[in-house]
Ligand binder design. Structure first.
Ligand SMILES: *Cc1c(COP(=O)(O)O)cnc(C)c1O
Length: 421
């Protein structure tokens, strides 16, 4: 019988029947019939503790006995209050206010509405567009699609339906670039701001790592330069750390590499350790305080039904505690060293005729090929070796759970390399 489940990003006429997952433990999930697959992607980058983590599961059960849900409109509860305080503590200094929502896309919608209303309340209603970067991905809802790369993104067919925003070129200087090498990228960003700042509410970026747009990595100097340009042109800086947050780039947040505080920062994916959908949009005092006033326009008119869901907040708190108790930044550094040695430093791989580039940042590694056809069949190849890989376009990548052992990490890199032998 054909299932009524409509799967994402799939051609319905040619998609293979999706295997059924019946459970998971650590970095592996189990399929019907007992096949175990080592998940090289940690389920779209969110299951940072792997599957069935005893502390996260226990936290959910405990919270379920106390309170599964209550609206955050006009009410509050302990898990939401505590999680907001924790997020303020661990994020860059100055992000003191937390608006919860239910997914990364909605968290970005909140950020963009906040930026537009901020300028409106300051008497600059003409600053109502976004400046985004080429190769950006910020989510699949309408507002987010409009700030994804308009050509390479997955949403070009919707162009006529979407509001128009501005785009600056994607940065090209690598992570290790010198300040001088980042200058050309910043000069292009300056040009875009000079042209459009009078109608721009915010500059949006996935700091250091444009993830779904092809795992493009850039330099912390770019973040610092962008911060200075935003101040110069009275444009808010929004960091979409939905993918980069919680250790993916090697520090807790990508912003930490540059010691930059954005005006608004969005977190999701790893926030709950992947155990429930949730997001947080953090703002500085400057942004928040612009909303203090008694005209009807001062209220922030957004409120997802499930914002601040107690189960999600409780499991997020446990996720943050495990991250610190078990020295996840140390684990990430060890995964990084292994990815670097096994992939980025592998001469044979780098010089393979099909390979364009090999890049590693934190617990992220990608083999970029010249032609997407070179990756046809790689997922099946990996599965026969017990690994779940899900390449997209020209990018074969891994973003493992941080509890992945060194032997397991090597199993993943071996499978990735063996495809090119
Ligand atoms: C995944 C992602 C989003 C969207 O998050 P959803 O929870 O899927 O809505 C937004 N921004 C970035 C950078 C992402 O990687």
């Amino acid at each position: 019988m054909i299932s009524p489940v409509w799967h994402p990003y799939a051609h319905l006429s040619t998609q293979p029947r999706p295997p059924k997952v019946v459970g998971g433990q650590g970095p592996r999930f189990m399929l019907e019939g007992g096949e175990m697959l080592l998940d090289a992607t940690c389920s779209w980058w969110c299951m940072i503790h792997g599957y069935g983590h005893p502390r996260l599961v226990a936290a959910l059960k405990e919270q379920a006995d106390i309170l599964c849900h209550v609206m955050l409109g006009g009410l509050t509860h302990e898990p939401a209050d505590r999680l907001a305080r924790e997020l303020v503590r661990i994020t860059p200094t100055g992000l003191n206010h937390v608006f919860f929502s239910d997914s990364g896309s909605v968290g970005m919608e909140v950020a963009m509405k906040m930026a537009v209303q901020y300028h409106h309340l300051r008497g600059k209603p003409e600053k109502h567009r976004m400046l985004s970067l080429m190769k950006a991905y910020h989510g699949d809802t309408s507002g987010c699609m409009a700030v994804c790369d308009p050509e390479e993104g997955m949403h070009s067919l919707f162009a006529g339906y979407l509001p128009q925003h501005h785009f600056a070129p994607a940065p090209t200087a690598p992570f290790s670039a010198s300040p001088d090498e980042a200058e050309a990228d910043l000069a292009r960003l300056r040009t875009a701001l000079e042209r459009h700042h009078h109608e721009t509410a915010a500059l949006l970026m996935e700091p250091l790592l444009q993830a779904a747009g092809g795992l493009n990595m850039t330099s912390p100097h770019y973040l610092r330069g962008a911060r200075a340009l935003c101040d110069e042109f009275d444009v808010l800086l929004v960091f979409d750390e939905v993918a980069t947050g919680f250790g993916r780039t090697g520090k807790r947040f990508a912003a930490d590499h540059a010691q930059v505080t954005p005006d608004i920062m969005v977190l999701s994916k790893g926030l709950t350790g992947g155990y429930l959908g949730h997001a947080a949009t953090l703002a500085t005092d400057r942004v928040h305080n612009a909303f203090i006033g008694d005209s009807p326009q001062h209220a922030f008119m957004h409120g997802p039904t499930f914002m601040g869901n107690p189960l999600a907040c409780r499991v997020a708190l446990e996720s943050l505690a495990v991250f610190e108790d078990e020295d996840y930044l140390g684990k990430i550094a060890r995964l990084n060293a292994l990815l670097d040695q096994e992939l980025e430093q592998d001469r044979a791989l780098r010089s393979h005729p099909a390979v364009e580039d090999v890049r590693v940042l934190g617990a992220t590694a990608v083999i970029e090929v010249k032609d997407a056809a070179a990756l046809a069949g790689v997922a099946d190849h990996a599965r026969t070796h017990g690994v779940w890989l899900r390449p997209f376009g020209r990018w074969l990548y891994t973003m493992p759970a941080y509890i992945t052992s060194e032997a397991e990490m090597r199993q993943i890199t071996d499978v990735m390399k063996s495809w090119f032998r």
